[in-house]
Design a protein around this ligand. Structure first.
Ligand code: UDP
Length: 249
């Protein structure tokens, strides 16, 4: 009976679907409930602000699986997120938020743009993880932005900036421990937050190997660097991450 009601509810959500936003990795649709949206994960992989772009069969399903799994665990751990439920292989139901135009990056180890900018090798641990903000703006190439800039642009105030940093550090502690349990080192990651209908800041977007770096015990890249750097088949690697995550259940 319950299953039947759930199926009907999901069908209703799908019936009133209208595309409201098409991103690089996901499409966002309305539902009959103005406070809920459907995120559809696409098979598209992009890097370098969309300069490198490819269709990779199976990527959307894997990212939806991994992100749904992580967000469920974050919800259960008491983190306020937009995640409601996974409703199909490629879709999830999310709370509608007004996205804060910041990419909040946390680094446990040097890598990527940090290594490039400061000329340091990858894989050096930070004593205290570093939190950075980037201004989410494709036309400007998502520039690095500091707290003063964030305030000037009226993106967030002091209190909200402090909350974003604290919450990101708290989420890092959870994620780092979960990945360590399955033999993966969480090098860095990017989060996005948004304001929910009550004006509360909650975690939004996704968490998958598309927006984090994960290294295995041998230093192999188990994330989108495989695609960025042409190191192998992205879905093979994401499949391994997904299989390892099952070990956490
Ligand atoms: N990241 C992301 N989206 C972006 C930029 C970065 O998800 O538009 C993630 C990236 O996957 C990595 C972390 O944020 O896990 C730090 O990325 P970095 O600044 O080193 O930039 P990159 O080397 O990816 O250009």
């Amino acid at each position: 009976m319950l299953e039947c009601a759930q199926v009907k509810r999901k069908a209703n959500f799908n019936m009133s679907k209208k595309l409201i936003y098409s991103g690089k990795a996901k499409d966002i649709y309305t539902t009959e409930d103005e406070n809920l949206i459907i995120s559809t994960y696409k098979d598209q992989a992009t890097a370098f602000n969309g300069v490198k772009k490819e269709q990779i069969a199976g990527k959307g399903v894997l990212n939806n699986q991994i992100s749904s799994f992580i967000f469920e665990k974050l919800n259960a751990a008491g983190v306020a997120t937009h995640f409601v439920e996974k409703i199909s292989d490629t879709e999830q139901l999310n709370k509608k938020v007004e996205i804060i135009p910041l990419e909040v990056v946390l680094r446990n180890y040097t890598a990527g743009s940090f290594s490039k900018r400061f000329g340091v090798e990858e894989g050096i641990a930070f004593e205290t993880p570093i939190v950075e903000f980037y201004y989410k703006n494709d036309d400007l190439d998502d520039p690095f932005i500091n707290d003063e800039h964030v305030k000037f642009l009226k993106i967030a105030d002091d209190q909200q900036i402090a909350y974003l940093k604290e919450e990101t550090r708290r989420i890092n502690k959870l994620l780092k421990a979960w990945f360590a349990e399955i033999g993966l080192k969480l090098i860095d990651f990017k989060l996005e937050f948004g304001f929910d209908k009550d004006g509360k800041i909650i975690l939004a977007d996704e968490f998958s190997p598309d927006n984090c770096r994960l290294w295995d015990a041998d230093g192999n890249h188990m994330d989108k660097d495989v695609f960025r750097r042409g190191l192998g088949e992205l879905t093979d690697v994401y499949e391994i991450v997904w299989e390892k995550l099952q070990g956490l259940k």
